[in-house]
Design a protein around this ligand. Structure first.
Ligand SMILES: Nc1ncnc2c1ncn2[C@@H]1O[C@H](COP(=O)(O)OP(=O)(O)OP(=O)(O)O)[C@@H](O)[C@H]1O
Ligand SMILES: [Mg+2]
Length: 369
């Protein structure tokens, strides 16, 4: 008894030119208790018409038919995205032909001499088909949820940058402006006062204000680096110099040219990548040197930050609460780029960002200087 679809009538398309063989198949299925409707067809054109319009649960096909073979019929069915399983039900066709058919994706092959096994073969083909369908469905769901997650991450990255830019603007306009104005006033009071104690207080207040102005500039710098206005190479050099000063690790920056012209969003992704890679080095690597390379050759911006430190232990790559490297992968994706991380324990780490650059407008011959 077939159990694959107990409450349902199976629609079976039977490609068979022998009436006797068709009736034998129908009898065998009836005897097994399978609820089914068997539709016989014996020409390729009719088979194509029926499979184009009708929804069949399974196809049984004799191998040799007048003027065509089951493989011609299979070729028509196989191109459909949701095709039913296709079982060869034939006289002996030889091992090579059977193997070829299976390799092409035919679900099973049953000799007519073994027709009593037909219900079992149908049940198994339907089971395998259903399992494959469920797997494909699960994979599609997974791909779509990964896509949604990547879109969310992209959105978050963009929102973070916008939020940072607006906080930087507020610090600049409200706090920075006010501090500078107060500092002028305090300096004025100091200059116009004849009382030495008053002058001393005014001077120390001016110093504190200078300190606060410096701090707010530093915060702005981290939120939205104005150094980027001087171009990516200058910005990366500035990051490297700060890193070297803080850590004492010699840090070399090499660039394919003195200035690399990139759209603002790509520039920011490269800058944040260099920043996080350097932060990671100072937190985790303990290297004796760092090399940074920038290039815009062959229409691709590449940034490589390499250290010769401890390397990333394999189990650390997917550390659950670490978002630096994962964030960089997502950031790279927002501008059509990707991130490669190569690392060997004890031999350092290299983080490489690659972003295809939008093609420059074509230069007329002779334009180059
Ligand atoms: N240059 C490096 N050298 C050695 N180990 C590194 C280096 N960069 C990253 N790692 C390892 O890879 C892990 C993941 O890095 P990631 O930047 O994602 O997270 P994190 O720095 O630990 O935390 P977060 O960046 O979220 O503050 C780190 O915890 C560290 O173990
Ligand atoms: Mg990190």
């Amino acid at each position: 008894m077939v159990t694959a679809t107990p409450d349902q009538t199976l629609e079976i398309l039977h490609l068979e030119d022998s009436q006797a063989d068709h009736e034998l198949a129908a009898r065998t299925l009836r005897r097994s208790g399978l609820q089914c409707q068997l539709h016989q067809v014996d020409t390729l054109s009719e088979f194509q018409r029926l499979t184009d319009s009708g929804a069949f649960d399974i196809i049984l096909a004799d191998y040799r038919l007048p003027g065509f073979t089951a493989l011609d019929a299979w070729a028509h069915v196989a191109q459909k995205p949701q095709h039913p399983p296709f079982v060869l039900l034939s006289g002996a066709i030889g091992e090579a032909a059977a193997v070829d058919a299976m390799r092409l994706g035919v679900a099973d092959y049953l000799l007519k001499d073994d027709i009593q096994r037909l219900p079992h073969v149908i049940a198994r083909a339907l089971e395998v088909h259903e399992a494959r369908r469920m797997r494909e469905h699960a994979m599609a769901e997974l791909a779509s949820s990964e896509r949604r997650l990547a879109e969310l991450a992209e959105h978050l990255q963009t929102s973070i940058e916008q939020e940072r830019a607006s906080i930087a603007r507020e610090i600049h306009d409200d706090i920075g402006g006010a501090l500078t104005a107060v500092r002028f006033d305090v300096a004025w009071i100091g200059r116009h006062s004849t009382d030495p104690a008053m002058q001393e207080h005014a001077n120390s207040a001016a110093d504190m204000l200078q300190h606060a102005i410096g701090a707010s500039q530093r915060i702005m710098m981290n939120l939205r680096p104005p150094i980027l206005e001087q171009g990516l190479v200058a910005a990366v050099q500035w990051l490297a110099a700060g890193f070297e000063r803080r850590t004492g690790v010699p840090t070399r920056v090499q660039s394919s040219s003195d200035s690399i012209d990139t759209p603002a969003d790509i520039q920011l992704v490269a800058y944040r990548t260099a920043q996080e890679a350097l932060t990671n080095i100072s937190k985790h690597a303990q290297p004796s040197k760092v090399d940074i390379e920038l290039s815009d050759k062959e229409g691709v911006l590449t940034l490589e930050v390499a250290d010769n430190g401890r390397g990333i232990a394999p189990e650390m790559r997917d550390k659950p609460k670490a978002f630096g490297l994962k964030g960089l992968q997502e950031r790279a994706r927002t501008v059509g780029g990707w991130l490669d991380i190569s690392s060997r324990p004890g031999q350092g780490t290299s983080v490489i960002l690659s972003i295809p650059l939008p093609s420059a407008p074509p230069t007329a011959p002779g334009d180059a200087t």
